[in-house]
Design a protein around this ligand. Structure first.
Ligand code: OOB
Length: 538
């Protein structure tokens, strides 16, 4: 395995191979059988493209050869920041075939996050779109720096950089990567500072695709609509775009998650399956009743990324005329989902069951001891598609994993007798804003750089639509505390992604502390709730 990664111990690797979970498959081969068997079958629709399996396969080979000709080598890291455009899917396949390693940035990331990803992965390449949603990503690449001009690849008008479309050459034989080696890097939601890199191997991720596709009963007759960024695990591989290609289905890319973009696509492409975060699911429920769109082709909608309340979950399926599948997953691996034969009340009130028979689950108290059955506690897990360590993060790994290899999820759950999990909350210091994860410490570190902020703490406040919003408590240096507009301006200047910007900024004389001297975030959360009920706050 790539240096800086933590392999599964031999005994576990052996077990996963024996059980047939790991089959030595390569992500770069995903579309090959379909391209041979049924070349004209439609694989990918989006941004004006409508490519068959043969076309997608051919483009991936040509791009891989073109990138190799420009000097891209196996195991080099490539920070990929592309929205849901067809080039992203071709690029993924090309990199997998080449054995170069995509590090998936989100389209919303800005200088702060991109700089961190380039540095943390020691990347030699960066891929961006020309423009997306009003942002000029070439200008962003210029500000970020760190990679030579010829190693910045642009989908679209490249200006002084290299056009991704110019990386095109006749296919050449490429030595296949090792299925047990890293194929891609996903990002952690982050709890301590900036996102950690999650190395996923070819065979563990193919397994991830297979079990999520099976649980969705996904087949060649399905059309999957990627509403959320394909750069995120959920729409990439759970089953997402790659899981759909694995089973010979059709991937449809929505350019943005808006109703205006997605509903017409569902109608036109007869979309059968998609995945949403709870705020989008709530919007879809209302819009389905109000708009004349024909959503009759939809058979299954996954909702996950943040807790979907039982009340909304009960009414969602009937409103859309399809089945609901709750999805509780994490880029580190473990996926829990409702099963097709779960009774409706179980689907509405739980976040599903771990997908693999080899997933090991523990629910523990603050001392690490197993809680009594049915009691809430922190979820620990290990298994055939759950990492054993973040990339180049030895110190952090020592606290994020138990000595016997369980990942500490930071999620508070209850385990029901039937094996279903209910997510009750979280102990990690993170805000989940409608599925977008914000590490409190990352924002706090930025804010401490403000000349008029002496100290600060970031906490979640409850919200009916988003589940949680970001609230900052500020202890000013001097008389005038910066208000929300000033804090927002400051964070934007530092190149922080817009989804992390605070919804509220509260002034406070000093931060409350616990007996051991840590900031008492529980107290701050109650203060935030009280002031919002009283109608205060900026
Ligand atoms: C998905 O992955 P990440 O890596 O962005 O975030 C993982 C975290 C979990 O640890 C949990 O705190 C939260 O997101 N979460 C949920 C949830 N799904 C994720 N919390 C409550 N209920 C749920 N259903 O978010 C992700 C990855 C794959 C599939 C779906 C979501």
């Amino acid at each position: 395995m790539l240096k800086g990664c933590v392999p599964w111990p031999d005994e576990f690797a052996h077990r996963y191979r024996e059980a047939g979970h790991w089959r030595g498959e390569l992500l770069g081969d995903l579309v090959r059988p379909w391209a041979r068997r049924d070349p004209a079958r439609i694989a990918l629709v989006g941004g004006g493209a409508r490519w068959s399996y043969a076309e997608l396969d051919r483009r991936a080979d040509r791009l891989a050869a073109g990138l190799a000709a420009r000097g891209m080598a196996p195991r080099e890291r490539v920070v990929v920041q592309l929205p849901n455009v067809p080039e992203l899917v071709v690029l993924c396949l090309a990199l997998f075939r080449l054995g170069a390693l995509p590090v998936f940035a989100l389209p919303a990331h800005r200088e702060s996050e991109l700089r961190h990803l380039l540095e943390a992965s020691a990347a030699s390449w960066l891929v961006v779109p020309d423009r997306y949603l009003g942002e000029d990503h070439r200008a962003l690449a210029r500000r970020v720096g760190g990679v030579g001009r010829e190693r910045v690849l642009v989908a679209g008008d490249a200006e002084e950089f290299t056009a991704l479309g110019d990386a095109d050459a006749d296919p050449v034989p490429l030595p296949p990567p090792d299925p047990g080696d890293v194929a891609l890097f996903l990002l952690s939601g982050g709890t301590t500072g900036l996102p950690k890199l999650i190395p996923r191997t070819h065979q563990d991720y193919v397994y991830n695709l297979r079990i999520t596709a099976e649980n969705a009963r996904l087949g060649p007759g399905d059309a999957y609509l990627a509403v959320l960024p394909v750069a995120h695990n959920y729409a990439l591989g759970c089953p997402g775009a790659l899981g759909t290609l694995h089973v010979g289905g059709k991937v449809v890319l929505a350019p943005t998650p808006s109703i205006d973009d997605t509903f017409p696509l569902i109608e036109r492409e007869r979309v059968t399956v998609t995945g949403l975060v709870p705020p989008l699911a709530l919007l879809w429920k209302d819009a389905a009743a109000a708009l004349p769109a024909d959503l009759s082709s939809l058979r299954l909608v996954q909702v996950g990324g943040a807790k979907f309340g039982a009340e909304a979950a009960r009414t969602f399926g009937p409103a859309l005329g399809c089945s609901l599948q709750q999805s509780f997953g994490m880029a580190e691996g473990l996926l829990c989902q409702s099963a097709p034969d779960d009774p409706p009340e179980v689907v509405a009130t739980t976040q599903g069951r771990p997908l693999s028979p080899a997933d090991e689950i523990r629910v523990v108290d603050s001392r690490g001891a197993d809680v009594a059955p049915g009691e809430p506690g922190e979820l620990l897990t290990r298994g055939p598609y759950t990492i054993r360590g973040y990339y180049r993060a030895e110190e952090h790994n020592a606290v994020a994993f138990t000595p016997d290899g369980y990942f500490r999820t930071g999620d508070l759950v209850r385990l029901l007798p039937g094996g279903h999990l209910v997510v009750e909350g979280r102990i990690k210091d993170q805000i989940n804003r409608g599925g977008d994860k914000i590490a409190a410490e990352e924002l706090e570190n930025h804010l401490l750089g403000h000349p008029r902020i002496h100290d600060c703490a970031v906490v979640a406040t409850p919200d009916a639509l988003l589940g949680e919003r970001v609230c900052v408590f500020v202890v000013p240096r001097g008389e005038h505390a910066p208000d929300r507009a000033e804090v927002t301006r400051f964070l934007r200047e530092r190149g922080v992604a817009a989804f992390k910007l605070p919804d509220r900024v509260e002034r406070i004389g000093s931060l409350p502390r616990t007996a051991v001297g840590k900031v008492d975030k529980n107290r701050l959360r109650s203060t935030a709730r009280r002031t919002s009920e009283a109608g205060g706050a900026s």
